[in-house]
Design a protein around this ligand. Structure first.
Ligand code: 5AD
Ligand code: SF4
Length: 466
């Protein structure tokens, strides 16, 4: 696999495989356990499942208990300051585990580690054995070997030379829900966003690798499969023959199975009629779509470098709704972007009222070092950001409540997630558009589709009976 130098070369894979053999000689028979913490988005969840798979192949058992772990990996996120603070607090916490067990190995990886200034900071923590950015996961055997043999600590950010590695095994957390990365990286450089700097340029996996992965999941009875990428609409632009996400949807729709197919996430500027038609014609595509708005003001969108205006955005919304009757939409919105005026914010509220999203992910703008927006003048004061954030959340809550009320009396297909944590005998499940549905049951239907008659709804959840 050498297309455009996009894949990790075979000689590097062989080098890592030799390290893996040496690690297994050390770990064999010792019953060592590893614990992986994931911060951030589904892409990170997917990466952690590969890190876990790699650790199993190195002789570790992946556990849910950090106190007894012989190896801990913290997979970090850099999207907002809050995420970075959480990562630092985890790193600090495991310093104490290491004090108790000096042979414990502590590694840090993910988006935060792809930033030079964060890498420099982490190097100063002597209890961290290695750290690597999002492009070096395939080198885990080498990093673990070096740590186990007390070699020189390794710190590799390398955000530029990122390649795809198809040879890392996956250990999925769930037996019925799966993430399938179809591409990595982003070319868009929205002015607030750190992702293009920490995940590199867009790299698409080959269709045959994606389809083989999905086919295996379907054959193994997976019920919910999400095709993942920072911008799935631009899938394949870097590949020979320029396959599209619509081609993937069509190919997957030819498989025999019983599952929901989700896409996450997309960019309105690249949403094509071909993709919308493919969703409409697929028997597996869930009738929901995530279409990040970010702001309802053309002026703000321009400063965000989003390459669409509200007219274009709404035309995609209308096409999605016209071709997929009953489709529900979700979105991401940033409030308090530099220079956002009350009038700009009102435009965001107007779009929310017009589209009537099922739910929205609302974020207060967080300046990211090295991004253009962090240097823009007119940063919005925190109290105004918070006040706007609350108004937006209140508006969406009333819309969500209306949607949930309207569901009462209807029967919906749900995928059961398992027992509710704080309510005995109650199970939690989700509809195809991710609405939470609670119901009581004596039988455990976890991982199965069942039908629930909705009896009650509140802002955040629905309640019903089998
Ligand atoms: N501040 C606040 N929110 C951000 N997002 C991305 N970067 C930032 C930032 N600097 C949000 C966007 C994106 C979502 C994943 O996170 O809304 O769609
Ligand atoms: Fe960030 Fe924009 Fe790329 Fe999304 S499309 S990852 S918001 S730069």
């Amino acid at each position: 696999m050498t297309e455009n130098g996009k894949f990790v070369p075979m000689d590097e894979i062989a080098r890592q495989s030799a390290f893996a053999d040496k690690v297994r000689e050390i770990t064999e028979g010792k019953g060592l356990c590893a614990y992986v913490i994931t911060l951030g988005c589904q892409q990170n969840e997917a990466d952690s499942e590969r890190i876990s798979g790699a650790l199993v192949s190195l002789g570790y058992t992946v556990t849910e208990d950090d106190s007894s772990a012989d190896l801990i990996i913290i997979n970090t996120c850099a999207i907002r300051e809050h995420a970075e603070r959480r990562a630092l607090s985890f790193i600090g916490r495991y310093k104490h585990n290491k004090a108790k067990n000096p042979d414990m190995v502590l590694g840090v990886c993910g988006c935060m580690m792809a930033q030079e200034h964060r890498m420099k900071q982490v190097i100063t923590f002597p209890y961290v054995d290695f750290a690597f950015g999002t492009g070096s996961m395939h080198r885990l055997p080498e990093f673990v070997y070096t740590a186990l043999t007390k070699g020189k600590r390794k710190f590799i950010a390398d955000p530029d030379k990122m390649q795809i590695c198809e040879d890392i095994p996956v250990l999925r957390k769930s037996g019925y829900k799966a993430w399938v990365s179809i591409m990595y990286g982003c070319n868009n450089f929205c002015t607030y966003c750190i992702v293009p700097y920490v995940r590199g340029r867009e790299r698409s996996r080959l269709p045959k690798d994606i389809i083989a992965e999905v086919r295996e999941l379907v054959e193994n009875g997976y019920r919910d499969i999400t095709l993942l990428g920072q911008n799935v609409n631009s899938y394949g632009k870097d590949l020979e023959g320029k396959p599209t996400v619509a081609d993937l949807i069509k190919e997957i729709s030819r498989l025999e199975g019983d599952f929901w197919l989700h896409l996450m996430t997309s960019h309105p500027k690249d949403a094509t009629t071909e993709m919308i038609d493919a969703i409409a014609n697929s028997k597996y595509c869930a009738n929901c779509f995530h279409l990040p708005l970010q702001s309802g003001s053309d002026a703000v969108l321009k400063r965000m470098n989003r390459h669409y205006d509200i007219e274009r955005y709404l035309s995609v919304v209308d096409e999605l709704k016209a071709k997929n009757p009953g489709i529900t939409l979700t979105t991401d919105i940033i409030v308090g972007f530099p220079g956002e005026t009350e009038e700009d914010f009102q435009r965001t509220l107007d779009v929310v009222k017009r589209v009537r999203y099922d739910s929205i992910y609302t974020f207060i703008y967080s300046p990211r070092k090295g991004t253009p927006a962090s240097e823009m003048e007119e940063q919005v004061p925190e109290d105004i950001q918070k006040e706007r954030f609350n108004r937006l959340v209140d508006l969406q809550n009333s819309i969500s409540k209306d949607f949930n009320d309207a569901m009462v009396g209807k029967t919906v297909k749900v995928l059961v997630d398992g027992k509710s944590k704080n309510n005995d005998g109650v199970y939690m499940s989700r509809t195809e558009n991710n609405r939470i549905v609670h119901f009581e049951s004596d039988e455990d239907y976890t991982g199965q589709f069942i039908n629930i008659k909705i009896t009650r709804g509140d802002t955040f959840a629905l309640y019903g009976e089998i």
